[in-house]
Ligand binder design. Structure first.
Ligand SMILES: Nc1ncnc2c1ncn2[C@@H]1O[C@H](COP(=O)(O)OP(=O)(O)OP(=O)(O)O)[C@@H](O)[C@H]1O
Ligand SMILES: Nc1nc2c(c(=O)[nH]1)N=C(CO)CN2
Length: 206
């Protein structure tokens, strides 16, 4: 999705959660200064014309592993579960709140890390971005510029699907998605509800 089409969704999300756009913008500028890398073309090539499976971190990821086909785009902490099950994700979409040493290890093995900068993860951006030595892409939910990209989407999982869609994936499969999950806290429940609405905007009723 292009930024002009994304912006109205973004404005509603800011209002709903009380996030500040200035914080997101500050995080984006800081992130762009923390790295010289921009492997967006690698990410594009990965998705273009491919079957991709977007893996979310719901409890059902384990039984859903058998659904995985094609390229694997993992949302945050789902990537560690996949890695432990012997699957190296092709890309990890993360706002870094589920990040640990295994992300560095996967990145060293070629996994593209797609780091989402926002107003509430500045300390994580400062800590982790300089440590990734492999393929790296920076995203923002605010206006994109130079090496900071925005293809729409909000949570790590739906952002992965928006990116695959924008880059012309042939088919998008979802594994480990349970957007009705009642075991999560109220904030997360709100985020999953927004993920559902956004995914339906690009044709996926999850
Ligand atoms: N039931 C679920 N619980 C958690 N995540 C889910 C669920 N269903 C789908 N997902 C997707 O998996 C992604 C990764 O989940 P994780 O638990 O690592 O959350 P997170 O890092 O807190 O995500 P976010 O920061 O995007 O909220 C979520 O962003 C969401 O898109
Ligand atoms: N400012 C801000 N932006 C976000 C946040 C968040 O907690 N704060 N969480 C997201 C996905 O979980 C995506 N974007």
């Amino acid at each position: 999705m292009k930024f002009k089409d994304w912006e109205p969704h973004y404005t509603k999300i800011l209002d709903y959660f009380g996030f500040e756009r200035e914080g997101d913008e500050k995080a984006a500028v800081l992130s762009s200064e923390l790295t010289d890398r921009d492997d967006i073309n690698l990410l594009k090539k990965l998705c273009e014309g491919s079957t991709v499976t977007v893996c979310g971190n719901a409890p059902c990821l384990d039984p859903d592993i058998k659904k995985i086909k094609g390229k694997v785009l993992a949302a945050d902490a789902a990537s560690e579960r996949l890695y432990k099950a012997g699957i190296l994700p092709d890309a990890i979409f993360t706002d870094l709140d589920g990040c640990d040493e295994s992300f560095i290890e996967m990145n060293d093995k070629g996994t593209i890390i797609v780091v989402h900068a926002h107003g509430d993860n500045i300390f994580l951006l400062k800590n982790w971005i300089p440590r990734f030595k492999g393929p790296l892409v920076i995203t923002t939910q605010s206006e994109p510029f130079s090496n900071v990209h925005n293809y729409g989407g909000f949570t790590d999982g739906d952002r992965a699907a928006f990116t695959a869609d924008e880059f012309g994936a042939e088919e998008i499969i979802f594994a480990g998605f349970d957007l009705d999950d009642r075991s999560v806290n109220p904030m997360k429940r709100g985020k999953l509800m927004i993920a559902r609405d956004l995914l339906s905007e690009i044709g996926y009723e999850i």
